[in-house]
Ligand binder design. Sequence first.
Ligand SMILES: *Cc1c(COP(=O)(O)O)cnc(C)c1O
Length: 497
Amino acid sequence: MPGKVRSHINQNEPLLFERSSPGKKGYQLPELDVPAVDAAAALGAANTREEIEDFPEVSEVEVIRHFSRLSTWNYGIDLGLFPLGSCTMKYNPRVNELVARTEGLAWAHPYQPAEVAQGAMEVMAQLESALAEITGMDAVTLEPAAGAHGELTGVLMIRALLESRGNPRKKVIIPDSAHGTNPATAAIAGYGVANLKSNDKGVIDLEALSRIANEDIAALMVTNPNTLGVFEEEIAKVTGLMHSRGALVYMDGANMNALVGITRPGDFGIDVMHLNLHKTFSTPHGGGGPGAGAVAVKSHMEPFLPAPRLTRVNGMWNWNWDRPRSIGKVRAFYGNFGVALAYIMAHGAPGLRQATLDALLNANYIRKGLEPYYDLPYQSPSMHECVFSDERQAKLGVRTMDIAKRLIDYGFHPYTVAFPLIVHGALMIEPTETEGKQELDLFIEAMASIAKEVETDPQFVLKAPYDTRTSRVDEVTAARKPILRWKREAAVSQAAD
Ligand SMILES: *Cc1c(COP(=O)(O)O)cnc(C)c1O
């Protein structure tokens, strides 16, 4: 059996609740040498309880081993390649985290008055101006919590700007190569969605766009490079066309890892865009957080940015709430802004550009390496990711999900499965710049080896993974009826099933 994943000696780690037995404890205290206090009398009966039902009783060594074992069950970027397309799972150099953990940043309190938060505010201001320069935009807010939240912020600003011109309009055009969050954002901002079919190169068809860009259209939301990893080469014509129809252009900038240091959205006519600091700028992401979106705008949209805005008065940073046209606050407090600035400053302009070039090189290295084994539906040049389809393997009954499951046995996190939707049975692969040639070669070998397994023994691949603690789980039931909390009755009734 190939691969880096090894079964642990203890395949089925029980929950601490299940390991519990009465009277075990993880501590030893000396005899009480002061008068005992009646807790209920001191704190009030409502604030105390005799017993916590089903509280696990375990020893110290059991607790340590339990959590240490669980910590080895996870796959992370520190273990190996994480080729999840669209997610930009790059390795975050430790020094960025060290810098971001500086006491003044790590311990800053959101209610700290501006006079004692000058350092943190200076970091935010510097990050805003670095991001404005990188994107070619005029102003940046760090308020949104993540990419999708940035989209919502941006589209609400588009609505506010159009309203100020007298008509918010009705629909947003979204190409079929867009990220799924885009139509969701448009709908939440109160717009209908007008779908735009890509041409056979996988990019926007200017004529088709021109046909639907009427006076009902508020904006185009474009992901560039799009989710096929293809750069929209006609983007300047696209933005020109939309502006000539009185509409705006939102760019989903989650794929900026392909553009930083090479081209700037502000230079090709984008009005408003978001950045995923937790993708392009190395801020850690995972487990649903902590994300950090940033929204960048051209000057005509600046008045609508969320309040408050950083402002410097007499050499001191302050918050300016006097923003009558602002869409308002979109989040209570600021999230992680330290890592991104550390990353940008550690690289400098030449380093950021090199990172982009390395990301493109790595994606194209994988594309070339896998082309003999997997179908590549769009031949347009790849930027930072490449999208294959399972067409060849599907003829033998093996689909993209099965290949991804088998990849786990080879010690890699799966690629993105069945997305983007315009590729039937997609395998979307993004290596990022942080991988070296050795790791990329191992990945290509693994994928090639799986393609051969599919030809010789498809049934074998269909039952993968073999080298993990659980194999195929019932994903539909897991999503529809999740059991998020251990309860004795549930455990008993499951055991009886
Ligand atoms: C990740 C991603 C998003 C959403 O960003 P979140 O931070 O996950 O909300 C939107 N668009 C694209 C293209 C993405 O890759």
